[in-house]
Design a protein around this ligand. Structure first.
Ligand code: EZ4
Ligand code: CO
Length: 421
């Protein structure tokens, strides 16, 4: 067979190039309970894909980046050329990396993978390499105003079937400590059009957090995985101290124990504690994780599809991590839309070095705007078998929920000094 014939056959098998031409891409900003930015890409053949571009508290920056700088360059391209489009958007920007750019790239990337999987007639995990596990282990967020309330909240998660639970408690003397919700099931920190001011006091937290886990293990035993988020509040030395104090309680991980702009600081924590360490929800490229992974300073990498360049980039991070027995633990708070969660579950179903997936339930209004085929059962999330990533958007319904400016809080110490929220 002549080369030209081979080419023709290959093209027909994957849909003709004309059918794959990107004819339209648009951004939907909607607020069904909280704000989400969604990219919708359409092809000449009528196949549509969606991707999440939500960056909590900075939504319109990403929306504008997409509308002004990315979408005009997409129209007319071949939707099947995911890698080339990724490289075009990353290298082509000249100003590389950063959460705004990488969230915009991620949304395009996930929408294109959605399209490719739909065209192939396969659920996305099949394109990535197929199923590696039956379900995706998730952890839920239990929290309360004090130890007693948090212990009760963990009990409710156990009753719902969760095998892994993150526990955060209010701390006496700290104003609006991180992680404490207003209701029993939902926690949303972006609560005001200008950042709310919360407090922080490391001495008080170091005195309280180990007592929380002591009570949790006394009450429920050691069968469940327990997690805790330090949310960047501790210095490396304080984090090492906290890790040591938590050792008797056998945590699944201690997350974001200290800020990681300087990756080397994790060395000090690592030298002093065997409490497993997780970091990376604010990372946006493989360069943010490189030293942490290569020097085996962490156990779980929390980079997530939406903020770290989509499937094309996150699988590179996961592959690098796999060389060092570091596993994934993707961020999955409510500020990641169901489109992110759906795509993440396909990624998690495939990725060989999977660890755990964060899962905060969305409100009913959010679930209605983003119909999806994943479901929770017995502590695991399961992606569906619909071709693509299995999440769509009801654009008419989305219009009923206009953008609602909200930002994340800030944190200050007792004397007024700005701290890390
Ligand atoms: O504060 O996603 O582990 N989860 C977290 C989240 C983050 C929010 C910020 O938008 O730390 O709750
Ligand atoms: Co976190």
């Amino acid at each position: 067979m002549a080369d030209a014939d081979h080419k023709k056959l290959a093209t027909e098998a994957a849909g003709t190039t004309k059918e794959r031409r990107i004819t339209d891409a648009r951004v939907v900003v909607t607020s069904p309970g909280r704000n989400f930015v969604t990219v919708i890409i359409e092809t000449e053949g009528g196949v549509t894909g969606i991707g999440d571009a939500t960056l909590n508290g900075r939504e319109l920056a990403v929306a504008s980046y997409l509308v002004e700088h990315v979408i005009p360059a997409l129209i007319g391209r071949d939707a099947a050329q995911i890698e080339d489009i990724w490289q075009y958007l990353y290298r082509g920007a000249y100003w590389r990396r950063g959460p705004v750019t990488m969230s915009a790239i991620a949304a395009i990337d996930v929408a294109l993978w959605d399209i490719k999987a739909k065209m192939a007639g396969m659920p996305l995990y099949q394109l990535l390499g197929g199923r590696s596990r039956e379900g995706v282990l998730v952890y839920g967020h239990a929290n309360g105003g004090d130890i007693e309330e948090t212990v009760d909240a963990v009990g409710r998660y156990i009753d719902m079937g969760y095998k892994a639970i993150r526990a955060q408690s209010g701390v006496p003397g700290i104003k609006d400590a991180y992680g404490v919700g207003r209701g029993t099931m939902y926690y949303e920190p972006a609560d005001n059009s200008l950042p709310s001011v919360t407090g922080w006091d490391t001495r008080k937290a170091l005195n309280y957090v180990p007592r929380l886990f002591d009570k949790l293990r006394l009450t429920y035993g050691f069968d469940h995985h327990l997690l805790h988020d330090g949310h960047h509040r501790y210095t490396p030395q304080e984090a090492a101290n906290l890790g040591k104090m938590l050792e008797p309680y056998q945590l699944f991980w201690l997350e974001d124990a200290t800020p990681a702009e300087n990756q080397e600081v994790f060395r000090l924590i690592r030298q002093h504690t065997v409490t497993p360490l997780a970091v990376g929800e604010v990372f946006n490229t493989i360069w943010d994780c490189k030293d942490l992974i290569e020097e085996q300073l962490i156990d779980y990498i929390r980079a997530t599809l939406v903020h770290a360049g989509g499937i094309t980039h996150l699988r590179r991070i996961a592959d690098l991590a796999s060389l060092y027995q570091i596993r994934t633990g993707c961020h999955g708070a409510t500020d990641l839309s169901p489109a992110s969660m759906g795509a993440a579950l396909h990624f998690d179903t495939w990725v060989p070095n999977f660890g755990i997936q964060e899962y905060m339930r969305h409100s009913d209004a959010t679930d209605e705007v983003f119909p999806h085929d994943y479901h929770f059962a017995d502590g695991y999330l399961h992606c569906g078998e619909t071709p693509g990533h299995g999440v769509t958007i009801d654009e008419a319904l989305a219009k009923k929920y206009p953008y609602d400016p909200k930002q994340l809080p800030v944190a200050r110490l007792a004397d007024g000094t700005m701290w890390n929220w």
